[in-house]
Design a binder for this molecule. Structure first.
Ligand code: TXE
Length: 478
């Protein structure tokens, strides 16, 4: 198997860097790729390129149909290169190939969705307030957008920011995580093939320490108008502080500790099967994971038995195999972090199933009788670890769900729409699932957090508005 080498992507072309770094597979340690280790100067070059492309280039004022064509052509190219993109994710991040192909398909759909919206951007008019005047509300691109992204959705995490940014007419600099930078580089090349003008999309890859330098440069640069970040809450806060210098628009997609609430009148078999996928999908490395299970005491024993049965169906193994449902964790560091939580769980709660680990793998692990105020229930683990917390009344369930610094997602399982809706209204999160979790097939709805899960929204119309400014025009009629 050949080992690809990637450079920086600046001004629409591959650009070598003086220093390079290697990424090894978290599954078997083989070399997955070598990448340019970009630093502060490269970050400045990328921002300069995007700034020029915005201030002097054709993209911000190109007709909507041009943006539509580029975005739809990129979607087509993603689909045509699905195997190549999925292989990058498998080798660099250990994501199972079935999930990786799903991510490519979701990314293509996202590009198509924003291609459609590019055609539909409309301002509005204020016509009757003063008969002697006319007001116009225009929607303009926000300017140069910087995207700092994570490794857990290494393609979709970039596309869901880039597609609305391009649809709005912005130019972009991006910094993927050093743990899975390849998909962003391939995306840049495919955008070039699709005809995106040089300078509209620029990518700086870096290893861990330099990544923070590049990220801070983007966040603090006065030539950047908007920053969209996905990652940990602590880094998000550092980004927000750095962005304050020129009062940048900031969107932060941070962590979560979402509660999946099961009532006795729920379809229990479905609920148990889904409760497992809610915290094992992507080996638990997802911000929306249903990592707290609030379980009604009346169904406690029956439901735990179902959980054990479904946990046993997960297939841990070679991420390149189609049958594998759970790959390794992203890194040794992340693996050690998760093992620390397993030790904590054994000391403070009752291990129901799992707890084993080998290589960078962690088995689906369920702890029962978890105290909601404990670290196990309050901190984002980012691994396949579920905390079961019993409850008796609906009010208690809502209070437990809300007793969290995070507010990203949640689920409620019940046969009563009245109960479901009361819980949906009571829980303070940006996203709720009713009798499903992550699986309703409604991709293009806004995603983002309340409280410390972040600010701003991705996907949907709201995702486009993040990259637009409103300009009002007041015309006095004579
Ligand atoms: O995140 P970081 P890491 C959570 C999850 C995980 C933890 C750590 O709990 O265990 O974060 O993961 C760039 N200024 N999530 O270490 O460090 C960095 O290079 C600007 C939740 O991967 O926050 C990368 O591109 N940028 C999450 C990005 O920030 C900086 C997804 C995220 O890295 C920077 C991933 C700095 N000072 C992790 N330092 C989700 N919301 O889905 C680093 N970066």
């Amino acid at each position: 198997m050949t080992t690809p080498q990637f450079d920086l992507w600046l001004d629409g072309a591959n650009t070598p860097a003086a220093v390079r770094f290697e990424r090894h597979s978290p599954f078997d340690g083989t070399l997955a790729g070598t990448f340019a280790d970009g630093g502060e100067q490269d970050a400045a070059a990328a921002v300069g390129s995007a700034r020029r492309a915005f201030d002097d280039g054709p993209w911000p004022s190109s007709p909507a149909r041009r943006r539509f064509e580029i975005l739809t052509e990129t979607a087509r190219l993603l689909t045509a290169n699905a195997d190549l993109l999925a292989e990058r994710m498998v080798r660099e991040s250990g994501k199972p190939v079935t999930l990786a192909l799903g991510e490519v398909a979701a990314s293509a759909r996202c590009l198509e969705y924003y291609a459609g919206l590019a055609l539909a951007v409309e301002g509005s008019a204020v016509s009757e307030r003063n008969p002697g005047a006319l007001g116009l509300i225009l929607r303009e691109p926000v300017g140069v957008a910087a995207l700092i992204t994570a490794w857990n959705f290494p393609l979709l995490g970039v596309v869901c920011k880039l597609a609305p940014a391009l649809a709005a007419g912005c130019t972009v600099v991006a910094k993927p995580s050093h743990l899975c930078p390849g998909p962003t580089m391939l995306l840049a090349q495919l955008l070039g093939t699709a005809g995106l003008p040089g300078g509209v999309f620029n990518v700086v890859t870096s290893q861990r320490e330099q990544g923070a330098v590049v990220g801070q440069h983007f966040a603090s640069s006065r030539a950047v108008d908007k920053i969209a970040f996905t990652g940990s809450t602590a880094t998000g806060q550092a980004v927000m502080r750095a962005a304050a210098g020129n009062a940048k628009r900031v969107a932060l997609e941070l962590g979560g500790k979402s509660a999946n609430i099961v009532f006795p009148d729920a379809p229990l078999a479905d609920a148990a099967r889904t409760a497992i996928s809610a915290f094992t999908f992507n080996s638990g490395q997802q911000c929306s994971a249903g990592s707290r299970l609030l379980l009604h005491r009346d169904i406690h024993d029956e439901f735990l038995a179902l959980l054990v049965e479904h946990a046993g169906k997960q297939v841990l193994g070679d991420p390149a195999e189609a049958a594998t449902t759970m790959g390794p964790l992203i890194s040794r560091r992340q693996h050690e972090r998760v093992l620390g939580y397993l030790d904590l769980g054994r000391a403070e709660a009752k291990l129901v199933t799992g707890g084993g680990s080998h290589g960078n793998f962690v088995e689906p692990t369920v702890f029962d009788g978890v105290d909601n105020s404990s670290r196990l229930a309050q901190e984002e683990i980012f691994g396949p670890v579920l905390s079961v917390i019993p409850f008796t009344t609906e009010q208690e369930a809502v209070a437990l769900a809300n007793d969290s610094a995070y507010g990203l997602a949640g689920g409620v399982w019940t046969g009563s729409m009245d109960t479901a809706f009361r819980v949906v209204r009571g829980v303070r999160t940006g996203k709720m699932f009713v009798n499903c979790y992550n699986t309703a097939g409604l991709d293009d709805m806004p995603h983002g957090g309340y409280k410390e899960s972040g600010t701003g929204r991705e996907f949907g119309h709201a995702g486009l508005e993040e990259f637009q400014e409103l300009k009002t025009v007041q015309i006095l009629l004579r």
